[in-house]
Design a protein around this ligand. Structure first.
Ligand code: SF4
Ligand code: SF4
Ligand code: SF4
Length: 208
């Protein structure tokens, strides 16, 4: 009896590990499902692309688009190390795929556009752009609460602090006006605004 051949086939049946190709679903669907499972773990597509980035919570200057940032940043932390203002904090555990990536909270310490971080980034996650192309977001003034607009005071703190004064922000009849084409979203104006508890000016990051 050719026992060896039936044993060999039995051995093959028991020893071969399942692969995506050997399962009932095609490999392409397997990979897609695996990807969706990973997204479910981290909270879904919105969480992966937006994550901790949002109003007044910004990536450093020169950052690639948010949907590319997680795959480009190598979590080396060099941008945070070199920042003389300690504007950049590195996200810790609990931030899912965003752990180890840099973030700026403009209400606490904004970016002052010294551009040291873009010089040291080795991965291309922060592109070596000039300050005028930092691309961190766009400032918006809330006229109802802004002292210059509602008559509370002759405030111009946002205008005075702006590193791109008279380009990104101008005064018209003693009221600040954001110039959309020139504001880079550094957030210095947010930090300087005296209105509390919610500032009368905020920065929204670019679309992911
Ligand atoms: S540009 Fe300068 S101030 Fe702004 S985050 Fe980079 S190192 Fe810090
Ligand atoms: S207006 Fe505000 S966010 Fe825009 S560049 Fe000036 S300080 Fe930065
Ligand atoms: S600093 Fe705040 S309150 Fe003052 S002018 Fe600017 S937005 Fe208005």
């Amino acid at each position: 009896m050719p026992r060896t051949s039936s044993k060999a086939s039995a051995d093959r049946a028991h020893s071969s590990k399942p692969t995506p190709e050997s399962r009932d679903i095609p490999r392409r669907d397997f990979l897609r499902l695996a990807g969706l499972a990973a997204l479910a773990v981290t909270g879904g597509v919105e969480h992966v692309y937006h994550g901790p980035v949002g109003r007044n919570h910004l990536r450093p200057p020169g950052a690639v688009r948010e949907r590319d940032f997680l795959a480009t940043c190598i979590r080396c932390g060099r941008c945070a190390e070199v920042c003389p203002y300690r504007s950049i904090r590195i996200l810790g555990p609990g931030k899912g795929l965003h752990v180890g990536t840099p973030l700026i909270d403009a209400e606490k310490i904004p970016c002052y556009l010294c551009m040291k971080c873009v010089e040291v980034c080795p991965s291309g996650a922060l592109k070596p752009v000039p300050a005028e192309e930092a691309g961190m977001g766009l400032a918006h003034i809330i006229e109802d609460t802004c002292w210059a607009y509602n008559g509370t005071a002759l405030c111009r703190a946002c205008y005075d602090i702006c590193p791109l004064k008279d380009r990104a922000i101008k005064l018209e009849r003693l009221k600040p006006i954001i110039v959309e084409e020139a504001c880079v979203g550094c957030g210095a104006c947010v930090k300087a605004c005296p209105v509390t508890p919610e500032r009368a000016i905020y920065v929204d990051p670019p679309k992911p």
